[in-house]
Design a protein around this ligand. Sequence first.
Ligand SMILES: [Zn+2]
Length: 249
Amino acid sequence: MTGPAFAADTSLPGVTVMPSPNHGPRAAGAAVDLLVLHYTGMPDGSAALRRMCQAEAQVSAHYMVEEDGRIFQLVPEARRAWHAGVARWRGRADVNSHSIGIEIVNPGHEFGYRPFPAVQMQAVAALCRDILDRHPAILPGGVVAHADVAPARKEDPGELFDWPFLADQGVGLFPAPVAGAGGDAAALLRQIGYPLGEDGAETPEGLRAALVAFQRRYRPSELTGQADAGTLAMLTAVARALKPEESIR
Ligand SMILES: [Zn+2]
């Protein structure tokens, strides 16, 4: 079962449109200012593609990138795809209305997590750059992991994902750490956009989950949930790298 046919939003060559029925209208007036990156977390890409095209599954993403670099578009960018679930960023819920979602094929922590091949990372970078060119409201700090916007529930795309490579390609942030930085980890996480608990509440478990999500991305050798000196150095660097308009308080 598929959704109605549509033309690909991207002019990148070799994109296959595979219409999913799983989408709806974006919230009225919602600006598209986030790009959410996921891993599929299924044994292989064709299973993920099948699932996202089944109406019963109630899940989708705008794009999926295979391990060999092939790109599929499942949902038109103008529509609200169903990829982020219960999530929050910069104090705002309904991440799906404000975002474009890309599923990146990888078995994930449940089915044999493995490095993302270079050809796949190159395709992800090209697709992200194309999306950012067409959506200038997505600022560098608006390129986020699923784990960033749902730290208590999600790990993807995880600590093997090559964020430094993407930043080199002009996608997202990966600043040099600010050595010797002090500061309050909770305040810095909040400033960057992380939720520190469910439904806008802040809890010790929520802070710990946000720290692990931050570390998966910026300090993948230390998934401790502790604000050690290296983590504070990166938290400070990321907070300083944000544009003024995307920094909370
Ligand atoms: Zn995800």
